[in-house]
Design a protein around this ligand. Sequence first.
Ligand code: AMP
Length: 282
Amino acid sequence: MQVVTTPKEMQALALTWRRDGLKIGLVPTMGWFHAGHLALMRKARTVTDRVVVSLFVNPIQFGPTEDLDNYPHDLERDRRLAEAEGVAVLYAPDVALMYPEGCTTRIHVDGLTAGLCGASRPGHFDGVTTVVAKLFNLTLPHSAVFGEKDFQQLAVIRQMVRDLNFPIEIIGHPIVREQSGLAMSSRNTYLKEDEMDAAHSLSKAITHAKKMVKQAERPSPEQIKEAVSGLIVSHPQCIIDYVEIVDRTSLQPCERISSESMLVLAVNINQRIRLLDNSALL
Ligand code: AMP
């Protein structure tokens, strides 16, 4: 496996692969790999000939009070894990090379970015779409794999790809969970022992919501949201950012539960750790 650190070298390599008729897969990440990232890499390998994993903690998607500076980082550890998955290139550029002075273009997807994480993290999705578009141009992938854990992000990327005619297949990968049910996340590493119960309340609340919709008389979205919120805030360390039930495509609130309904959650643990989770309800 090669570690590539410059955009120029990355694009040149991708062009050579393209000329040789090889299919390229991209898995964008911010590093500190866990089994969720590795599953995305494996998926990319099954559909393409050369997998590029980008490892870039993208400063323009973080707000001024967020965890950019202490985001977990260990290039050597991640290099070993990616290599074991048969990844061809780990692309890990410096910030100054991705955003040289004078780089002022931003990509903004309207509509889908307005609510949920977009409401509490202004500018976040502009940072995400801008870096993903740059990564597409640098790695020239035929397919790119994203996790469903970041459900809104996946919807926004699909919209950008449609709107800007990127000839790229976007593949969503189901959430990979710990045995306990906790959705894997690089940010789980910040969790202290006495915060674990609070962290587990997200997946437990989802399980409870799925049980509720199986009842003979199906509850309304409001009733489910109330029950889910109640379970989460019974842990005083949890501050809910949102608990919503939305249509999986439009991300608009659902009036009744259907196979298109997604329960989406964002919770801050002790004001330090932002955790996301989601699930279909039927
Ligand atoms: P991140 O490094 O957190 O930016 O995540 C990189 C990619 O991995 C994104 O597409 C995430 O949605 C995906 N991802 C992160 N955690 C999980 C998980 N537990 N299961 C599936 N995909 C995940």
